[in-house]
Design a protein around this ligand. Structure first.
Ligand SMILES: Nc1ncnc2c1ncn2[C@@H]1O[C@H](COP(=O)(O)OP(=O)(O)OP(=O)(O)O)[C@@H](O)[C@H]1O
Ligand SMILES: O=P(O)(O)OC[C@H]1O[C@H](OP(=O)(O)OP(=O)(O)O)[C@H](O)[C@@H]1O
Ligand SMILES: [Mg+2]
Length: 397
């Protein structure tokens, strides 16, 4: 029996009558079959049965090119997961820190398709791509839904001019008398799954979609479409083509996500642990972005007294910490703690204010014999698991 046989049976079963030259699309598996009474040919994207492919390697799919590619490598690098790619045209690579993982560079939509077919176990792509090509398949699990790059939204846009001049919402668009069975609203999009689904969910009945690979914003001016459904980030392309977004017209907010095959996580040895490790590194890095550690050497009679002074400051009290540890110096031949290193964690936007507040902090009366010391500040951006210190400013010390 040919390995394709189960699929042919499934396809033939699902249509009635003879099929002299028949195309059947099983969309979730991106499977196209063409058969005739004389010959059988098939184009199959991925595996042919539901068992998980036998291999020791866990496979991570990364965008091979396009706007997600460089940012994805940057994120991994920031998480100390450096992808060793010999040259940009080589589609397989390794991450030395994850010995059982192989990296495969693929186009974003193919990453999703290959997750579904079992040829990849993990992938990083935009949520829009997962939603469009995953089509709600329950095998896809979003492991991390906000990797904080690739931000954009999928949105319906219409011309600013002509019959649309006073149309500013999806409801108004739906109510326009122009759209009938004979003359539906024509929408150009690359999102042929999400587009019709969105229109149906929003009660727009008379809609027809056309598709193209790019430069969709030209379609209304060319007379090919009335509206477009495409990704928007800066909004420049819409503006430059005299198009506008409308209220209620956003289909999806998107950014880069880490997505996994549920089957692989459950069945493939080591997949769950590796995913966990990647996830933890991402989390550590993303949480640390924008967080600064501020160290101030402060005078005080004890660590508790210094901590109480810091915590008594309302705007510092909400911050994490402080960690207070004694700083020793030699006095009369003895090691004496005469100031305390105080560490607090502050969000980037509060950094300047926090440093100002620490500087303005009332100092206890200096004791005789104590060195003349003021504050000593450092600030560090918490870069993932490693803390890289950089000195912000030094006052005194
Ligand atoms: N302004 C934008 N336009 C398109 N994609 C964007 C934008 N901003 C962020 N993105 C993200 O980048 C992804 C597109 O990347 P890229 O262009 O490499 O994809 P692609 O699948 O190779 O596209 P194509 O097949 O059209 O060449 C989108 O899926 C989306 O998640
Ligand atoms: O809101 P903006 O920042 O202007 O970005 C949106 C545009 O970017 C993408 O196109 P892309 O640059 O990939 O070109 P294409 O349409 O030819 O694929 C997208 O399809 C929009 O056209
Ligand atoms: Mg475009």
């Amino acid at each position: 029996m040919s390995p394709l046989q189960p699929y042919f049976q499934q396809c033939l079963f699902s249509v009635s009558g003879p099929c002299p030259s028949l195309y059947i699309s099983v969309s979730k598996r991106s499977f196209i079959s063409c058969c005739s009474s004389q010959s059988q040919t098939a184009v199959v994207n991925g595996k042919l049965d539901s068992r998980i492919a036998e291999r020791d390697e866990i496979r991570l799919g990364l965008p091979s090119k396009g706007r997600m590619a460089a940012d994805t490598l940057d994120l991994l690098k920031d998480c100390q997961l450096s992808v060793k790619q010999v040259n940009p045209r080589q589609y397989v690579a390794q991450i030395p820190q994850l010995s059982n993982l192989g990296v495969w560079f693929q186009r974003p939509k193919d990453i999703v398709r290959k997750l579904l077919s079992g040829d990849l176990d993990l992938g990083i792509v935009g949520l829009d791509t997962v939603s469009e090509y995953g089509q709600g398949n329950e095998d896809l699990i979003i492991v991390h839904d906000a990797l904080e790059y690739g931000d954009c939204h999928l949105s319906l846009a219409i011309p600013k001019y002509g019959i649309f001049e006073n149309i500013n919402s999806l409801k108004e668009l739906a109510r326009m008398p122009q759209w009938t069975v004979e003359k539906p609203l024509r929408v150009a999009t690359g999102f042929t799954y999400l587009g019709p689904k969105f229109m149906k969910e929003n009660g727009l009945k008379h809609v027809i979609f056309s598709t193209a690979d790019g430069a969709l914003e030209a379609a209304p001016a060319m007379g090919i479409a009335d509206a477009i459904l495409d990704l928007v980030s800066s909004g420049t392309t819409l503006r430059e083509n005299n198009l506008k977004e409308i209220e209620g017209g956003v289909v999806l907010e998107s950014q880069a996500v880490l997505v996994a095959s549920r089957k692989a996580l459950i069945q493939r040895k080591g997949a769950l642990d590796t995913t966990h490790e990647i996830l933890e590194r991402f989390e550590a890095h993303l949480r640390a972005i924008g967080q600064f550690m501020v160290t101030a050497n402060m005078r005080g009679s004890s660590a508790e007294e210094v901590a109480e002074r810091i915590l008594s400051q309302p705007s510092l009290a909400g911050l994490q910490g402080p960690t207070v540890s004694p700083v020793f110096s030699k006095r009369d031949g003895k090691a004496v703690a005469d100031c305390y290193a105080t560490v607090i964690c502050v969000p980037k936007k509060a950094l300047y204010k926090s440093v100002q507040q620490l500087r303005a902090h009332p100092q206890p009366k200096r004791r005789v014999g104590v060195n003349e010391q003021g504050f000593h500040f450092c600030s560090s951006r918490l870069v993932n698991l490693n803390v890289v210190w950089c000195r912000l400013e030094v006052v005194g010390c």
